[in-house]
Design a protein around this ligand. Structure first.
Ligand code: GDP
Length: 468
């Protein structure tokens, strides 16, 4: 259970091993220093090199970020549309504009990715401003980003696509990376060398491009020093960057206290369904088989079996599990809850099933909807064991923040029946998958998923790449 020693240990690590610094106003962003106490898993420790690099980046942002003279100058240069001199000395302040779209999970992954890009050895590019505390973690800068990007593209001339395209003659100040096939060259060393001459870089992506950065020899040495444990990159970046604002933290903590805190075991199940999909008994079968066969939840037994170990009405002395289901629909929750009510659980275990919301439809940009989505991602990350839907960025963020390898529900089972095949498999790492990864290594034209150490194809998206 949540013993006092576990509590103290977690409380002492409220800075996540040095990822965060003391000194921020606790009241204005309660989650920042409190979230560690809600997790039993204290998470991985960041390397000393990562911690010191973060501090240096924070200092750089104070010199270059919005509101500074350097930032105003750089914007003026961009607006003027003048190209840089033939061989300009690289300015201290270089800017990376991130444009992401679609759901919250996608946008969170996209926001974490460019944060790492400037961590490259020779670059002094300030990473995106740290998203300290926000309701929908990305809302606060979106307008500004779009405005910058709009201006940028207007002045970029022919710089879209291959990094080399704009480099004939004098380099323009801005380069745009789009998530297109052509821009897979972004993950080639030669193109990165060219990109380093641009003061502005626009990244338009809605996914986690970090595994692609590990394909670059230019970056690899530094990235390895920053992340000696390659499977914990998003785990560190996510805990550094994303902190629910007080309103969302209220959603998280109220649900947590009412429905999760008391249990000996907390199991999160992410049931990613789309609004148009009919309720699927087959998927339900996979969820129950996965949780019971993998030992996450007790099996249900015949109600005629001898009664549970204890006759204590409060259930003292028996094991207890709280199940958190997140889904756009209520049907799966109703079924799992009904199953543990209508049947006894092995060992007389108490199993309580809950679901914070069922929004039915995806509503991008609607504040109350996004608050709930963010709260639910965070709640999933506070559980002890996690079952996620393959391919879902919503689930990736949850297990990355938690620092846990999830059990991934397997999609498209060959025979489509609940009775055969494995219902889920253990994720190879806690890292998100880079869905639109380049298919080949730039130099050798060989499959990067097979030749780069600790980079492999994802279980859920075979053409994708993930760190492990
Ligand atoms: P992905 O599409 O699974 O990769 O995840 P995204 O987060 O990028 O997009 C799905 C969006 O649908 C979320 O951001 C939510 O707006 C909504 N959504 C999907 N599943 C859930 C859920 O379980 N709970 C809530 N509250 N919203 C969900």
């Amino acid at each position: 259970d949540f013993s006092s020693s576990a509590y103290t240990r977690a409380a002492h690590d409220k800075l996540h091993g040095g990822l965060l610094v003391e000194g921020f106003d606790e009241e204005s962003c309660r989650s920042q220093y409190q979230s560690a106490t809600y997790r039993r898993n204290t998470g991985r420790r960041p390397s000393g090199h990562l911690v010191s690099k973060l501090r240096r980046h924070e200092a750089l942002q104070r010199r270059c970020g919005p509101g500074t003279a350097a930032y105003r100058d750089a914007l003026e240069q961009l607006k003027s549309g003048r190209n840089a001199a033939a061989a300009p000395p690289p300015p201290e302040c270089m800017y990376l504009v991130s444009i992401s779209y679609r759901g919250l999970g996608n946008r969170l992954l996209a926001a974490a990715s460019p944060f790492l890009y400037p961590a490259a050895p020779s670059s002094s590019t300030p990473a995106p401003r740290r998203i300290r505390c926000s309701a929908s973690p990305l809302r606060q800068n979106a307008g500004e980003r779009r405005a910058q990007a709009g201006r940028g593209e207007r002045f970029a001339g022919g710089s879209r696509g291959h990094a080399g395209a704009g480099v004939r003659g004098h380099p323009p100040r801005l380069q745009v990376y789009n998530q297109t096939d052509h821009d897979k060259l972004f993950f080639c060393d030669e193109d990165q060398r060219l990109l380093s001459s641009f003061q502005w870089l626009v990244l338009r992506t809605d996914g986690y491009i970090v595994p692609g950065l590990f394909l670059l020899e230019t970056f690899r040495e530094e990235l390895d020093a920053l992340f000696p444990e390659r499977d914990a990159v998003f785990h560190h970046l996510g805990r550094y960057l994303f902190h629910p604002a007080n309103h969302v933290w209220g959603l998280v903590t109220r649900y947590y206290r009412a429905h999760l805190a008391w249990a000996q075991r907390r199991v999160g199940i992410q049931v990613r369904v789309f609004p148009w999909e009919p309720d699927s008994p087959e998927l339900l079968g996979r969820i129950t088989r996965c949780t019971q066969e993998e030992g996450l939840l007790p099996r249900v037994v015949d109600t005629e079996e001898p009664a549970a170990v204890t006759a204590d009405p409060a259930g003292r002395g028996v094991k207890s599990s709280a199940v958190l289901i997140t889904s756009l629909k209520a049907w799966y929750y109703e079924q799992v809850k009904g199953m543990y009510w209508e049947n006894a659980a092995a060992g007389g275990e108490v199993v309580v099933v809950g679901q914070p919301s069922h929004e039915e439809y995806q509503r991008y940009g609607m504040r109350s909807h996004e608050y709930k989505a963010w709260a639910e991602i965070f709640l999933l990350s506070l559980t002890d064991m996690l079952v996620t839907a393959g391919k879902s960025t919503f689930g990736y963020v949850a297990h990355g923040l938690a620092g846990m390898r999830p059990w991934v529900l397997l999609l498209n089972q060959a025979n489509g029946t609940a009775g055969h095949g494995r219902p889920c498999s253990r994720g190879v790492s806690m890292e998100p998958c880079f869905h639109t990864a380049p298919p080949y290594d730039c130099k050798r034209r060989r499959d990067s998923g097979e030749i780069v150490p600790r980079v492999r194809h994802c279980e859920d998206v075979p053409t994708g790449l993930k760190l492990f």
